[in-house]
Design a protein around this ligand. Sequence first.
Ligand code: 2BA
Ligand code: 2BA
Length: 109
Amino acid sequence: MKLVFAIVQDADATALIRALSEHAFEVTKLASTGGFLREGNTTLIMGVPDERLEELKRLVRQVCRSRTRLVTPGVPIAEQSEPFLGEPVEVPVGGAVMFVLGIDEFFKV
Ligand code: 2BA
Ligand code: 2BA
């Protein structure tokens, strides 16, 4: 069994959780914040059998989109508005960032 952390954009989270549930994956959703953009994102925790890991990755790839955000270097994201103080740069975000860990034990009491 593996423990998967998937950090996804909020805009993709609902559709991904629906797709996961339809395919009988169990999932726990956490509200999280990206350290760079300092904006909300969603972290999903999933305990999955080894043999279903590729299926899970496929679903994440199908649902999660890559997007870009305009960021002005050196200016806190919350304070960014027109007129820009510096030259804005495009930052790619997502589809999804995934961590896959081995599990020593999984049980419910
Ligand atoms: P954020 O930290 O808000 O980062 C948003 C996007 O900004 C990242 O997209 C990446 O393209 C860019 N970025 C992040 N840190 C940067 C830096 N120091 N310099 C230049 N550009 C930077 P993604 O890579 O798709 O990451 C999306 C979110 O996934 C991140 O949001 C963060 O919450 C999480 N994440 C990504 N890599 C991680 C890691 N190694 N460990 C923990 N969380 C991670
Ligand atoms: P929920 O996802 O809201 O699930 C509540 C209960 O609904 C579960 O209780 C289980 O009995 C049932 N259930 C969930 N997903 C199902 C599915 N795809 N098909 C059929 N029945 C399903 P618990 O098993 O006691 O789980 C309680 C909570 O623990 C879950 O809340 C979820 O947040 C977390 N969880 C359980 N197993 C997990 C796993 N493998 N990975 C990540 N989170 C898990």
